[in-house]
Ligand binder design. Structure first.
Ligand SMILES: O=C(O)CCC(=O)C(=O)O
Ligand SMILES: [Fe+2]
Length: 401
């Protein structure tokens, strides 16, 4: 039997969830967002009332005209975002960015527990000592052996509906949200643009906007900053509890992506697109925002592929990955992944609305081919990491995105 050294996450095990995370204050407030949908086919918004996390409600409140029974201070990052214009924030980030590439140790004691040879024994111990329910034990066993697990029905439908309605309203808002961009939007007959700001979108006629919406495989990032519904899901306690149980320390949501259609994204590992240190301390979570049909280009994944070593040309990870790779290395990575996919069975995630698919940073996954382009594939993706593991700010450019 191989005995791995005791796992020491950033926070001590006493801080471990399997209980509600810190953000558990809920307030009831009425949500009545501004703007109305006038284009045929877009549902008219009805005001609704939901239990939503109270953090950052003021920022959202300004934008969504929330009425709350409770006042809470604005977070520092929200305050900075609302006071300093985006170009200035970008410039400040450039000036503060690191200039010298550092050497990142490839061998570190901080291998996540699930990548250690005794991972299943550790799970057994956690169960024996009362730290895991049977259900969680089952999910985490699947995580260890196959690099993913599925938690069914954990996000309430009404919460998803609120986020979807907010997302829908973006296309017809009266005022743009500063800092909100759409990626890969194709306007008219133009090629898809990497980024189109919300302000640019709203300059188009309603018909042009709708055409762009339905003809593009667009996505938007960090919608939780603009939508109370998205924010409630981003901070959803059960998602955080499960991601924390996987990482075995407190998991923090790092960013989000909303998709309306399939992504058709090539198979990849998230380690290749995120800068995570120590490696593999990342959990992807893909929330089905409608029942996913087989022809819409579902999320594809390759069970057990998470055991593959990191691509050899990413030899100073997390500095070297796809985001910083030159074209030759990027091409070699694509070939490497293509070769790997031949060794594993490909599966599709056909989740029901509210189901969540969690995956390991090294598990191959992507967007499968879209057989029927008229079908939507509404999803919300969140990536979790422990505090301090997202080292994006310590990476030196130039960057590919
Ligand atoms: O939703 C998809 O098709 C792929 C998403 C993905 O790869 C990711 O967010 O890491
Ligand atoms: Fe990914």
């Amino acid at each position: 039997m191989i005995v791995a050294p005791a796992f020491r996450p950033w926070s001590s095990l006493q801080e471990m969830p399997d209980r509600k995370p810190a953000n558990k204050t809920f307030s009831r407030f009425a949500l009545s967002a501004g703007g109305s949908s006038t284009v045929a086919g877009l549902p008219r918004r009805e005001p609704s009332t939901l239990a939503l996390p109270a953090n950052r409600w003021r920022v959202l409140g300004d934008r969504f005209r929330l009425t709350s029974d409770q006042s809470r201070p604005m977070s520092i990052s929200s305050l900075v975002r609302s006071v300093i214009p985006t170009p200035l924030r970008k410039r400040a980030r450039e000036l503060l960015a690191p200039r010298h590439i550092r050497h990142w140790p490839s061998k570190t004691a901080q291998v996540p527990w699930f990548d250690r040879p005794d991972a299943l024994e550790q799970l057994e111990n956690r169960r024996r000592t009362g730290g895991l329910s049977d259900k969680d034990y089952e999910l985490l066993t699947r995580w260890v052996t196959d690099g993913y697990c599925v938690a069914e029905g954990i996000i309430p439908e009404d919460l998803i509906n609120v986020m979807m309605r907010d997302l829908n309203d973006l296309w017809m808002n009266d005022q743009p949200f500063a800092g909100l961009d759409f990626c890969d939007l194709r306007i008219g007959n133009d090629a898809p643009k990497p980024k189109t700001s919300h302000a640019e979108l709203l300059k188009l006629t309603p018909t042009e906007r709708m055409q762009a919406r339905i003809q593009s495989n667009w996505r938007t990032h960090s919608f939780q900053k603009y939508s109370a519904g998205a924010n409630a899901i981003f901070n959803h306690p059960e998602m955080a509890r499960l991601a924390s149980s996987i990482l075995y320390c407190r998991a923090l949501p790092q960013g989000s992506i909303n998709f309306e259609y399939g992504s058709k994204q090539d198979a990849h590992q998230d380690t290749a697109v995120f800068h995570v240190f120590p490696a593999n301390h990342i959990v992807g979570a893909w929330i089905a925002c409608e029942d996913i049909s087989i022809d819409c280009g579902p999320l594809m994944f390759y069970p057990a592929s998470h055991r593959e070593p990191l691509f050899s040309k990413f030899n100073n990870y997390p500095q070297t990955n796809l985001r910083t790779a030159n074209p030759e290395v990027a091409r070699a990575y694509r070939e490497h992944v293509n070769d790997l996919t031949r060794n594993y069975e490909r599966r599709l995630f056909l989740g029901k609305k509210g189901d969540v698919f969690f995956w390991h940073g090294m598990m191959l996954h992507g967007g499968s081919e879209i057989k029927d382009p008229s079908l939507t594939r509404k999803s919300f993706v969140i990536h979790y990491m422990p505090k301090g593991a997202n080292v994006e700010g310590r990476i030196v450019g130039p960057f590919n995105w």
